[in-house]
Design a binder for this molecule. Structure first.
Ligand code: NDP
Length: 561
């Protein structure tokens, strides 16, 4: 909010009445004190100050962002009926938030870590989120592993040292869970320390299902590629900045936007038909794998332009709440990726804890088509109403910090005049819409849908079987090493390979004991034996080569299935 009409601002209490004294002045019983309990100005100010902090995010605590504009450059209407993806030229405003994962709110921006990269689109039909990372893969493919994994990447429960200073549990977890190796190879390569948020990519990593008007399924993965390419820092530059300029990426983006730089990204999907998914070497539900570009080329659909800086960090960045469940608007469904399914629950749950049950009513999170009773034409960006094709409503009422309690509208499904609500279809396919309305379908519709469901069940069983078939060597999957091996051997150049070895050695040197250091070398040795030997040398341990079976036996891995 800014003082738009330039009238003088009066210092006032939270009740709005102006306060005629200087804010510093206390009300005292005698000239020397003590302070009177009736000094509401002081009590209100101090007690509000005591409550300024809300719980920071358990992961992705350190984050910054900006406003953007999205434009649909190419329609995806052949594969989805999702409203924002239909009409070329469609534009909407949005917010990005970019974050490190493991560190707390005050930790350095340039830490070696993946970056969360989230987008909230304020569309006429409601809010749509992409909750992506700057890496196309992740450490795990089982949602249950997430708390274990994250604990090991954060501070030691006894010493409170972070993983840079004591990397014992960091590596202890990773070597026991070798599906992590693709993400770790990516992260210890050049892209683990991005130079700038504007020169960095975002990837859904997860597979989503797009559904068109005919009910056809297409699997997709999203890629948001910076138009400047992916710029990175060396390890030395990143470490130096961690000490000298811990808010380096925040500062850089703020200044770029303030100076009017044009910062743009192009948006793509990779697509896969159900048949291709059945024939694919890996499971589409495996978050540790990419879809090779040669087989699944990028299809452009949009453009994102960062437009301006925020006005208020707390209101626009700390209070913004993203969820992959908001990716799944009508026309887009989640895949059966186990980690995605877990996130669909976990994100709104953590926001209820962090911001409260009515977090979607906070101005930055509020869908702009909600049927509100206090819209202001002069509202700031993050509280602006929007011209909508229809006003939305629901039956969620009351609770702490309720701001838009939907006035006199009934809080149940009513059939009375003036109180009826519509069930608005976002598809022209009546069949598809009826299925979700819970309406009784006629016999032909039922038969058609049963056939469609039977085919889907067969297909999903075929996809699930792929993941189950991974673990052929004592709980280890040889498939887990193919893509990171290609990354290390073919995508990295000589200098990236050298830097990779230096980065792993520097970090794993703090792993505490020689047994674990050797295991780290053997873990990477499963990608490339020469790499393993070089790491052992750097870590100062005797190199003992081991094959997949020997590794699995030594670690005692057991399949989660
Ligand atoms: P390609 O040769 O077609 O793709 C390689 C991709 O790697 C590039 O397009 C670029 O992705 C990305 N890349 C370039 N330099 C680096 C780097 N230093 N660190 C990490 N990624 C980099 O081959 P494939 O599609 O068959 O993939 C080969 C390997 O590349 C994969 O196993 C995976 O590790 C990695 N990769 C693949 C991606 C994919 O979606 N297929 C995406 C990113 C990495 P971009 O254009 O997205 O910048």
């Amino acid at each position: 909010m800014s003082n738009n009409n330039n009238s003088p601002l009066a210092y006032s209490g939270a009740n709005g009445f102006s306060y005629s004294h200087h804010p510093y002045g206390a009300r005292l019983s005698r000239p020397q004190g003590p302070i009177l309990l009736q000094d509401t100005n002081l009590i209100e100010s101090i007690s509000h100050f005591d409550r300024e902090r809300i719980p920071e995010r358990v992961v992705h605590a350190k984050g910054g962002g900006a406003r953007f504009e999205f434009e649909l450059t190419d329609s995806l209407s052949d594969i989805t009926f999702a409203a924002p993806y239909q009409t070329v030229g469609y534009k909407c405003p949005g917010m990005i938030r970019v974050s490190t994962v493991g560190g707390e709110s005050g930790t350095p921006d340039t830490a070696r870590d993946p970056r969360g990269f989230s987008f909230k689109f304020y569309t006429e039909w409601g809010n749509h989120d992409w909750v992506f990372n700057n890496t196309p893969i992740f450490f795990i493919r089982d949602g249950n592993k997430f708390p274990h994994f994250i604990h090991t990447q954060k501070r030691n429960p006894q010493t409170h040292l972070n993983n840079g200073e004591d990397s014992n549990m960091f590596w202890d977890y990773l070597v026991q869970n070798p599906e992590s190796i693709h993400q770790i190879t990516y992260m210890f390569g050049p892209r683990g320390t991005p130079a700038s948020w504007a020169s960095m990519n975002a990837y859904s990593g997860h597979t989503f299902k797009m559904i068109n008007e005919q009910g056809d399924l297409t699997y997709v993965q999203f890629h948001v590629l910076s138009d400047t390419g992916f710029e990175t820092l060396t390890s030395v530059e990143a470490s130096k900045l961690s000490g000298e300029k811990p808010d380096y990426n925040f500062d850089k983006l703020f200044k770029q936007l303030k100076n009017g730089e044009k910062l743009t990204y192009s948006c793509y999907v990779q697509t896969m038909t159900p048949k291709q998914a059945e024939e694919f070497r890996y499971s589409v539900n495996d978050l540790t794998k990419v879809w090779p570009h040669a087989q699944f080329p990028l299809r452009k659909f949009g453009k994102i332009t960062l437009t301006e800086n925020i006005d208020n960090y707390f209101a626009e960045i700390e209070q913004i709440a993203f969820s992959p469940s908001n990716t799944c608007i009508p026309g887009i469904e989640p895949s059966n990726d186990n980690v995605l399914q877990t996130r669909l629950y976990s994100y709104p749950d953590t926001q209820r804890h962090r911001l409260g049950a009515n977090f979607t009513q906070l101005p930055i999170n509020r869908p702009r088509n909600l049927n509100l009773n206090n819209e202001s034409p002069n509202a700031p960006f993050y509280d602006a109403p929007m011209k909508c094709p229809y006003a939305a409503t629901n039956f969620q009422r009351d609770g702490p910090m309720q701001m838009y309690n939907q006035g006199s509208l009934p809080n149940y499904i009513s059939n009375q005049a003036n109180a009826k609500i519509q069930f608005k279809d976002l598809t022209t396919s009546q069949l598809y819409a009826n299925k979700f309305k819970g309406l009784v379908l006629d016999v032909d519709e039922q038969t058609y849908i049963q056939q469609q469901e039977a085919e889907r069940t067969r297909h999903e069983n075929a996809i699930d079987a792929k993941l189950n078939d991974y673990y052929t060597i004592n709980g280890i999957s040889p498939l887990d090493f193919e893509q990171p091996r290609a990354l290390y051997e073919k995508v990295f150049d000589d200098s990236s390979r050298r830097a990779f070895i230096e980065n792993v050695v520097a970090h794993a040197s703090n792993a505490g004991n020689d047994e674990l250091k050797l295991r780290v070398a053997q873990y990477f040795g499963l990608l490339n034996q020469d790499l393993g030997a070089k790491l052992a040398l750097g870590l100062g341990v005797q190199w003992v080569p081991v094959d997949l079976e020997g590794y699995a036996n030594a670690i005692g891995i057991s399949s989660p299935f």
